[in-house]
Design a protein around this ligand. Structure first.
Ligand SMILES: *[C@@H]1O[C@H](CO)[C@@H](O)[C@H](O)[C@H]1NC(C)=O
Ligand SMILES: *[C@@H]1O[C@H](CO)[C@@H](O)[C@H](O)[C@H]1NC(C)=O
Ligand SMILES: *[C@@H]1O[C@H](CO)[C@@H](O)[C@H](O)[C@H]1NC(C)=O
Ligand SMILES: *[C@@H]1O[C@H](CO)[C@@H](O)[C@H](O)[C@H]1NC(C)=O
Ligand SMILES: *[C@@H]1O[C@H](CO)[C@@H](O)[C@H](O)[C@H]1NC(C)=O
Ligand SMILES: CC(=O)N[C@H]1CO[C@H](CO)[C@@H](O)[C@@H]1O
Length: 338
């Protein structure tokens, strides 16, 4: 065959098979020459039969498995500029994955909800290369699609030590040269809540007698925030009760709860007459001058607008503090004989 001229071979295979006996190799070559397209089709078919299930069945399943097994750890969630219908959100989260694949997850719209409840907003998660430890940081304006569901979420955050936040979406994912597949992203992230502001205390307080601009009390409160959330509560109004009877109102202005202990100035309008009358009455049960107050949030306002979802959360808890009113009155120049 190596000695035959190409022009002759061409003629031989297309016109008349020569009776001359040829070597096995030559016959094989001739066979392929003639039937190459059949072999090509068989080869492609085999290739596809093996490849297609890998690409269209196994690969999406592997991709989905990897997404299912990945974890999400929200490290920082900063809410700012709240209005009754929206807020600005800055979030920092870290992806955990022990998958050997590092697909690209395209940006996707995710529904965010208190686990098991209806979504309260949609958040766009940016494109990320899925790799263990990769940080996802984004900032955006979030419109509340269900402000009442958000109120349920903020209330759950206020009441509980831990809160489950669900993030659901259907991102496209791409691994190397393989085609894009759409996967289900359904993660429930457990976050620390405010745990009823456990550890709340009045660090110091003074009584102004007579009241200054209507305020008869001021002081400093410490509000612990065990969560990773920064929450702008705005101007907070709290009612003060003694033995179930209202005795005043306190105000925490421009309150922003940050992770850690928040030291916040407090002003109060207190019914000083009623308190002094109680302390000096024969039936005064608080001989040491220390009064147990109950504090409950009644309103939050930000830029003049009521924020129902924060008010609801604040109204869900009652804080108990014991204040040495006798000593504070003495400091203000009022000596009572208890
Ligand atoms: C991924 O998790 C969902 C439930 O969240 C489950 O329905 C699905 O079968 C899982 N997929 C794979 C490939 O494991
Ligand atoms: C996400 O997973 C949870 C728990 O497996 C399930 O109850 C919920 O229906 C899923 N969400 C969606 C939108 O499929
Ligand atoms: C409270 O008011 C008094 C008198 O005006 C002032 O001396 C004191 O510094 C104030 N305390 C706080 C914590 O603001
Ligand atoms: C917050 O205050 C509490 C009680 O005063 C204290 O035990 C805790 O260590 C403080 N936490 C931080 C982060 O400063
Ligand atoms: C709180 O009230 C003060 C005084 O009315 C106002 O200047 C301030 O802007 C309010 N803060 C917020 C966050 O709305
Ligand atoms: C009192 C309390 O729970 N403080 C926590 C507030 O948040 C910071 C940061 O998340 C924690 O380190 C504190 O322990």
């Amino acid at each position: 065959m190596s000695t035959t001229k190409p022009s002759f071979v061409e003629e031989e295979s297309s016109v008349t098979p020569t009776p001359t006996k040829k070597s096995f190799g030559a016959r094989l070559a001739a066979h392929f020459k003639k039937w190459w397209w059949v072999h090509l089709i068989i080869f492609i078919a085999c290739f596809l039969i093996i490849l297609l299930p890998v690409v269209y069945v196994a690969y999406p399943k592997i991709a989905q498995d990897a997404v299912n097994d990945s974890t999400l750890d929200i490290r920082e969630m900063i809410i700012s500029d709240p209005t009754p219908e929206s807020f600005h959100l800055e979030q920092r989260q870290v992806l955990g994955s022990d998958s050997p694949y590092h697909p690209k997850i395209y940006k996707f719209n995710s529904a965010v909800s208190l686990a098991g409840a209806d979504p309260f907003a949609y958040v766009e998660v940016p494109e990320v290369k899925s790799k263990d430890g990769v940080e996802i940081h984004f900032e955006q304006k979030v419109d509340l699609t269900d402000a009442s569901a958000f109120g349920d979420y903020t209330t759950a955050v206020m009441l509980n030590e831990e809160v489950s936040l669900n993030i659901y979406g259907r991102p496209d994912l791409k691994q190397g040269g393989l085609p894009k597949v759409t996967v289900d992203y359904n993660k429930t992230v457990v976050m620390k809540g405010l745990n009823q502001l456990k550890g709340f205390e009045v660090a110091e307080f003074s009584i102004m007698f007579p009241p200054v601009n209507g305020y008869g009390m001021n002081g400093t409160v410490i509000i612990p925030n065990a969560s990773v959330m920064t929450i702008p509560m705005g101007n907070v109004t709290l009612k003060l009760e003694l033995d179930g009877r209202p005795v005043g109102t306190t105000y925490l202005n421009n309150l922003v709860l940050k992770p850690g202990n928040n030291t916040v100035p407090m002003m109060g309008k207190v019914d000083q007459g009623a308190i002094i009358t109680l302390l000096t009455s024969d039936t005064n049960p608080y001989k040491d001058g220390v009064l147990p107050f109950d504090i409950t949030g009644t309103a939050t306002s930000y830029n003049g607008k009521e924020l129902p979802y924060f008010t609801k959360a604040l109204a869900a808890i009652t804080l108990h503090v014991k204040l040495d009113v006798g000593a504070a009155l003495a400091k203000a120049g009022i000596k009572l004989t208890l």
